[in-house]
Each structure stands twice: as structure tokens, then as C-alpha cells.
Design a protein. Sequence first.
Length: 404
Amino acid sequence: MTHSSEFLQRLDARGFIHQITDAAALDAAAHKGPITAYVGFDCTAPSLHIGNLVSIMMLRHLQQAGHKPIVLMGGGTTKVGDPSGKDEARQLLDDGQIAANMASIRRIFERFLRFGDGPSDAIMVNNDEWLSQLRYIPFLRDVGRHFSVNRMLSFDSVKLRLDREQPLSFLEFNYMIFQAYDYLELSRRHGCTLQMGGSDQWGNIVNGTDLIRRIDGREAFGLTTPLITRADGAKMGKTARGAVWLHEDQLPHFDYWQFWRNTHDADVGKFLALFTDLPLDEIARLAALDGAGINHAKEVLATEATALCRGRAAAEAAAATARATFADGGTGAALPQFAVAAPVTIIEALIGLGFAASKNEARKLVAQGGARIDGNAVTSDAAPVAPGQKVSAGKKRHGLVVAA
RNA sequence: GGAGGGGUGGCCGAGCGGUCAAUGGCAGCAGACUGUAAAUCUGCCGGGUUUCACCCUACGUUGGUUCAAAUCCAACCCCCUCCA
């Protein structure tokens, strides 16, 4: 389908679109003038992870196309807990934790969006503003009457729990009502006419557009992104070590860069389109490379994606360190460091750098030939390491022992 | 309420008195091959230490039987299936 609005053209060309409630009407609205759209984010953790990046990039494209993004923080809904995809009720957070998480998350958004008072400047709002003000009886009469329990019970998030006879509290059951109500509030307060989110949010988003139509008689749209998977079928961004965090406190710049650098060949083009600002013809050229060329494309992906989230300087530094470490066998400033006062053994160095959790594990690395000092395989557990030397565990983990 | 079946290492899933730190698969780590890829092959894969060995902790929970229990018994907790 071809779109006339720059916004939908961009999203479509870059692979962001899964479903739209009324694509033609949304396209017409976005073509006619600036629209306001929002994405809701949870604040159960102090940082967002790669799984949220698609939505963040979508808001970025929205803004670049001249529209106004709203970042909705789920301060109120976090007190309720989204039952989607969870087998058990989430642990509930208190106000202090939620506020701290929100402040931390805001710093991430400031990298991707321009905030301010201008017509296309992003704003961040907290749904606790209205949710905690609600009065029960009026809310039930005005909003609750538009929700059919029969239909709510058919939602996957609810059905899953009921089918397994797992407890679903009334508190959680209300989550979808609140999410729909958020949309209504944003529609009234900010003239918001579009909610975006992941494909798992489709049902909740449609609830919102329906609610707005029923109560206020206005049109509202919904747009979802496809679930981003890797070429090998695994979920994007899930590693054995946990989520890939966007916040540098939880994941060093170098590791973030490395995450992108290790993208599968087949995913390079897709990820460049989704997670960088590079023009599409440049992406097409990079994705078509193979052999040594695709490795260059991965470096571009890593540097561009890191630059967006962590800043250009951090991205370049990570790239330079990676080049020096992997291509030239040397070292770089962005490698993890372990400060020592006196020479240590290889075992202590591996643990100190976090490459081994125990002496046992470190010994295994040595026994298997995976431990190296300045690139030379170590054969003895007692091999000494002096400040200034590089210690490696396997092919990808490198660190520097420095003088304390 | 009645009748059965089951709860095992990060996950799935064997074992059903000693040879069990527990087959196998997945995930993970390391090595080989490469391109810091994929696929493939090999090794490792509860923790600790003075590591061809030893010591801890583990098979839902708590007790018991036994020289010896993941394996048998009892009670309890939880899950599943069928009947009411």
C-alpha cells in the first residue's frame, strides 16, 4: 500500500508497520497536518531495553516527520500491573521506586526525541495524573459501561490466566480499561489521535479507539509494530545474560556496541532500517554486501545504533576500541579494566575483570585454552599478569589489567 | 467431595533402593573452521578447594524405614486429568 504522508511512508519503508486501524484515514490525517501520537511505557525498571527500541524509534520518525510525540509513562498503571504475557502477578512498586524509574527513563528519551513546548516537541506525561484522581462510581458509570466483561474475558492476556486456572486479581483485570482510558485522556488533554505499540498491544489499543468513539464521538487511530525476531527465530534483544539495556548504567557503551556488531548477517538490513537513521538507499547498499563487506555493514549498524542511544562520541570510541582489539589484536580505552597494585595470576585477573564467576570457572577457561594474555594462550593457572597487559577470555571478551 | 497422575539441575525431560552431582535435548561457555556471522564438529556445563583427588549443597516440604533413598513409607503443600 502506498501512503501519501511522509510519516507512514517512512514507517512502512522501514518495516515498522504491522497493523493499522484505518490506514487510509490515518494517512490522510497525517498528510493534512501535524498529528499527536503516543506510546505507553512501563516504569517497572529504571531503564528500558532493546525491546522498547522499536517504539522509541517510531516516535522519533513521528517527530522527524513534523508530528508531536507523547511519551506516556505508566506511573499509574505500574501500580496495577499489566497481565499480558505474564503467568503471575507482578510485584507492585511503591511511589518512590516509580518516580526514580521515571526520572531515569526520561534521560533515555532525551537522546531520541526533542522535548520542549514547540508544536512538534515531545512531551512526557504520567498517567498517574489522572488515574489516581479517578472517582470510582463516576468512572464506572462513564467508562465502565462501555466495557463488556464477555469481551474482556476473551482477551488473550485474561484467557491465558483463566485457562490455566491461575489467579487474576480484579486489580489486574482493570489494566485494559485503564489503558483505554489513558488514550481517552490524552485525546482530550492533548488532542492525541494515534496510539502506537507492539503487536501484543493491538487489543488494548483498539479498546482505546473504541472508547474515544463511543464517549466523545471522535476518531482515533491505532498502529502496531511487528514482533521483531532474529533470523534464527529468537526474540530480538534477549540474551542469556539478560536484557540489553539502553541505559549506560546497566550496560557499558562498548557492550552495547558489541551487541549490534554481533547481529546475524541476515538481520543487518532489517536492523539498519529499524534502529538507525541512515537513508534507505544506503541501507540497501550495505545489506547487499557479503563476506568481508557485511562485517563493515555490521560496524556501521553498531556505530549508528550506538550513536543514537549513547551519543556519537561513545559510539566512535567503542568502534575504535573494537577495531584495535579485534582487527589489530591490540587494546582500546573502552575495554573493561581491572586495577591491581601488584602482579596477579591469570585466575585472579579473569575473575577481577568479571570474565569468570569463580576460580573454578577461571580454571576451566585456562584448561580449555580460552584464556590469553596479550593474545598468547595461557597454559598455567599461575601465569602472572602485570599492569598494562591485555587479558582475554574466549574470542570476544577482552579486558585490561591496569596499575591501581 | 470421589478416583487417578505428577512435582528432578537455567528450561524441557529420563531415572524409580547402592555403580547418581543424576541419561538425553535446548540454552550457555570454550576450542576447531571462519568474517567478532550462520551452520558443523569437539570439549565443558551445581558450588568450593591444595583438582588424575577430596569436601559441601541438591531431585516440592517435613519426618521415617534402611548399612545406603531422587528412588520405599507417612503427613503436608502445589499442579494436572477424569467423575460429582
